[in-house]
Design a protein around this ligand. Sequence first.
Ligand SMILES: [Zn+2]
Ligand SMILES: [Zn+2]
Length: 336
Amino acid sequence: MKALALTKAGDPFEIIDVEEPEIRKDDQVKIKIHGTGVCGGDLSDYLNPPVLKKESIILGHEYSGEIVAVGSKVNNLNVGDRVIAESSAGCEKCIYCRDGYTNLCLDRKGISGSYTDYIVVPARYVYKLPEQISLDLATLSEPLACVINALEKTKIRPGDLVVVIGPGPLGIFTSYLARLKGARVFLVGRSSSKKRLEIAKDKLNLNIINSDKINVKKYISDLSKYGAETVFGCAGSEQVVNLAFDLVKKGGSYIELGLFNASSQNINFEKIVTKEIKVTGAVSHRPDSWDRLLKLYQSGVLKDLEKIITNKYPIKDWKTAFENLKAREDLKAVLY
Ligand SMILES: [Zn+2]
Ligand SMILES: [Zn+2]
C-alpha cells in the first residue's frame, strides 16, 4: 500500500510503498483508515523537517476508520465498528501512566502513522464511535482530546469571560468547548488568519476579534475592568503570552496549548507575580480525555465542528494540502 512518509530523500515528504500491516498479537485490531486530519505538527515538519534517525516515518495521527480484523483476545470491538484511536501510548508502568497522565510518560511512543490505507493498533487504545458521529467529524478527535485535556486545567464557571488567542483548530475547539461550559468567549486572531476567523464566526457563531483592527486590551477591559477569568494561548508565541498576561484578571488562569519552536526570552514573568496569574501548560491527551470526548459525541453537542473541515485531499495531493495550510487557505484539511 502507499503511505505518505517523512523520508531522508523526501521533499521533505514522499509517497512510499509499504507492506500492508497484519494483526500479529491477539490484542490488536486492524483499521481501514477513512481519513486523517493534517495536524499543525505535520505542517511544522513540512516547514522545518526534523533530522531523521531512521529511513522513513509514516506521518498522520488524527484519524478515524473502520475495523476490518480483530485479534483473538479482543472482545469489546468487532469487524465493521467505526472507530477512533489514541495516537500515542504510555509505558503503563511509570508514576505518570499509573496516575492517568500518559501524556507525561517518560517513555511515550507514537502508535500512529495513518496517511495510508490500514493501521494495526492494540485494541485498548481504540474507541468505538456512536452511530450519529460521522467518520469525517471523527478525524477531529485527536485535537479535540488535546483541548479537553487543556480545559481540565482550569475551572471555567458559567458567565466567565474567556479569551482564546490563536484561531487555528485548537483555538476554535477551545472556544467552542469553553462556550459549552457557559462562558462568554472571545476568539482572537490576526488579519493573516482572517479566513479562519470568518469560519469561526459564520459557521460556529463564535465571537471573534481581529487584533490587527481592534485594540484587544481595550475591548476586553471595556467588557470587564478586571479582565478575563481565563485566557488560552493556542499559538505558541511570546507576543501571545504577553498579551494574555495583560488580558487576564488578577488571580486568573493562563493555559498554553501551543508549542514554541524556539525558546522564548521575552515573556513578562513579573506579571505572573504581581497579578498572581496561574500559568499552566497542556500537552496532548490522556485516556480520560478520550472517554470525555466520547461522552460529548454521544450528547450531540460537537456535531457542528465538522464545518471547520474546509477541504479533503487524496493523499497523493499532499503537497497542495500542505501549501494551502501554510497559506492559511484551509482551516482543517483531511487527507484520505
Ligand atoms: Zn495532532
Ligand atoms: Zn509511563
